[in-house]
Design a protein. Sequence first.
Length: 193
Amino acid sequence: MFKALYDWTISLSRSPRAPQALGMVSFAESSFFPIPPDVMLIPMAMAKPEKAWRYALICTVTSVLGGLLGYAIGALLYDTLGAWLIQLYGYGDKMDAFRELYQKHGHWIILIKGFTPIPFKLITIASGLAGYDFWMFVLLSILTRGARFFFVAGIMNRFGVPLRRFIENNLTLVGIVTLVAIVGGFAVAKFLF
C-alpha cells in the first residue's frame, strides 16, 4: 500500500502541475482539509531538491492565504461552517476554554502550533473566532508557516537524495511513522484544546 502511494506521490511531484497541486493542498489545509501539505512538499523536494526553496515559498504563501479563509470562517461564519468544522475534528466542546487561553497567549499559540503537525486550520478558525488582531495573525502566520516549510525545504535541499534512498529502502517504516505523526498531531491538538 505504501509503495503504491509513494510511487503515485513521486510521479505527481514530477508533474508540471505539481506546484499548483501543492498550493491547493496547502491553502485547503489551513482552512478545512485534514491532510498537511508536507505529504506533497517532502516528495516534491526529494524529487527536485534544487526547487525545494520554491516549493517552500508556494506552501508558505498559500498556507497563509488559506489561513485568511480560516480566520474569516472563525470570525464571520463560526455559527455555521466554523462550528461544523471544529466539531468534525472533535474539538467543539473545548472552544470556550481555548478562546480564553487565546486572549492571553494568542501569539504563542499561533507561533508554536503553526510549526507543529497540529492542524493549522484549528488555529486559523480559532484566531478569527477569538477576534485575534488580524494583522498580527497574518504576520505570525507568515513567520511560523514559513519557518516550518523552509525548514523542511532546507533538509530536502541538503539531504534529499540520501533521504530518498533511505525512504525507498524503508518505505513501510517511513509510511507508518508519517501516519503516526499525522494522527499524533490530531491527538495532541485534541489534548491541548
